[in-house]
Design a protein around this ligand. Structure first.
Ligand code: TRP
Length: 453
């Protein structure tokens, strides 16, 4: 079995695929709106610190667990410990993969739907964000539209994952990631050349510290996790296809760099345009689907930029969604001996079906609330705010306290000998963050999610 396990074609291929997982709706949809709601520059500063002190150390650990064991999250913990507790942590990761993908695909479907609506000319003639909001409401409120694009998005995800790690995921990432970066560059050039763009740039660079409080720090911390795809074994699974000759630390640094760069670039593209049109940067989750169409409506060439923007969003969502499905597929391939094809078709199918009530949460089931939340909200909240921080906490504790330090160091030094020789302080700092800083901070995030803080 092990000899035939799939692998990336190159380190570059791995970095692009992992960056593809990290760069998603989190970067282009969520990051700009939470930055907008929490005062811009000051929030971004806090977020960068969170990425550096918990995102980066935990990312290295997660990739390392995968690479060392060459297994999915369940198999990986089973290979490193005898304890059932850790195996169930891996199992929770697979469950989180099911859950996140099911609702992620619904929003992914909207992004494709918006590309299509732009082509039909229905997205760029708004006088106000409210008008765009009405169209948004009627699109997602339409059962056929919602389910239709969810199905299309999901079919694309399955089509890529079924072709395997190298021929499917890596190949798709090598095409889609450069396209994504090129589109962003075009949108930034458009944004900064608009009249009034400088107000948007000031919003991003000049901090307003009065907006920062305990809540915004916790939001930044939680987002650091989501945006790096941490806490459920996605990076672990991608790491399991990585060669022992490659450097885990510098690869992780590159993934963090690309993810952060793209979030900031999206922020620049979006806020220059929003401020140039005199609209509200703190519009919340509707910033992308409601404020931006109003922005594009006022912009020369708005149709083209709207098309490019939603294509960008769709690509970002797609490369993330494939990493979620891969976790589930790797589990059934490694542990149950299934073929990749069967695993993709059967469990892809199950996740697709699970997504249907999420898609219906915006129309048919909008009033079916559990604790005041729709089905979509319940799945999103449980996975993103509870399971991910919990998984991240456990990974930090595992690498910091359970796995022996000598074993961790042997594993991480493979392919990175020079780095640890050149920067001898790195080891101590990494363990400091893994053992103390990350567990304490993540626990705070978890307590906040559970309403205790
Ligand atoms: N990181 C992605 C984003 O920013 C979302 C994502 C993909 C994810 N795979 C994940 C989040 C695994 C957590 C775990 O949109």
């Amino acid at each position: 079995m092990t000899q035939n396990r799939e692998a990336w074609g190159s380190r570059f291929g791995f970095v692009l695929a992992a960056a593809g997982s990290a760069v998603g709706l989190g970067n282009i949809w969520k990051f700009p709106y939470i930055a907008g709601e929490n005062g811009g520059a000051a929030f971004i500063f806090i977020y960068l610190i969170c990425i550096a002190i918990i995102g980066f150390p935990v990312l290295i650990a997660e990739i390392l667990i995968g690479r060392t064991t060459k297994k999915n999250p369940v198999g990986a913990f089973a290979a490193l410990t005898d304890s059932k507790l850790w195996v169930s942590v891996g199992f929770l990761g697979v469950i989180a993969g099911f859950m996140i993908l099911s609702f992620y695909s619904v929003i992914g479907g909207w992004t494709i739907g918006y590309v299509v609506e732009t082509m039909r000319g229905s997205l760029t003639h708004f006088a106000t964000p409210d008008e765009a909001g009405i169209l948004f409401g009627s699109l997602v409120g339409d059962i056929r539209w919602g389910i239709g694009f969810h199905s299309l998005f999901f079919a694309l995800v399955m089509l890529i994952v079924i072709r395997g790690v190298k021929g499917g995921i890596e190949r798709a990432s090598k095409i889609m990631m450069p396209v994504l970066l090129s589109i962003l560059v075009i949108l930034i050039i458009r944004g900064v050349t608009l009249e009034g763009a400088s107000k948007g740039l000031a919003f991003l660079w000049v901090p307003d510290w009065s907006k920062i409080n305990g809540q915004s720090v916790l939001i930044a911390l939680g987002h650091a996790f989501f945006t790096l795809s941490l806490g459920m074994g996605a990076m672990l699974t991608y790491g399991s296809y990585m060669s022992k000759r490659d450097n885990v630390v510098s690869s992780a640094a590159l993934i963090v760099f690309l993810d952060t760069l793209i979030a900031i670039m999206a922020g620049v593209a979006i806020f220059t345009a929003v401020f140039a049109s005199g609209l509200n940067p703190a519009a919340g989750p509707g910033l992308i689907f409601q404020t931006l169409p109003a922005v594009f409506s006022t912009m020369p060439g708005g149709d083209y930029f709207s098309f490019l923007f939603f294509l960008l969003l769709a690509i970002a969502a797609l490369t993330s969604a494939i990493s979620l499905l891969e976790v589930v597929v790797a589990y059934f391939v490694d542990e149950k001996g299934w073929s990749r094809k069967t695993a993709v078709l059967i469990f892809g199918g199950v996740i697709y079906l699970l997504g249907i009530p999420s898609a219906l949460s915006f129309n048919l089931l909008a009033d079916a609330k559990i604790f005041d939340k729709t089905f979509f909200d319940v799945v999103d909240f449980t996975a993103s705010n509870v399971l991910l921080p919990f998984g991240g906490l456990m990974i930090a504790i595992f690498a910091g306290w359970i796995w022996s330090r000598t074993a961790v160091m042997t594993a991480v030094k493979a392919g990175a000998e020079n780095l640890f020789e050149a920067y001898p302080w790195f080891e101590g700092l990494w363990f400091l963050f893994l053992k103390y800083v990350a567990p304490v901070l993540i626990t705070l995030v978890l307590l906040k999610s559970l309403g205790i803080l």
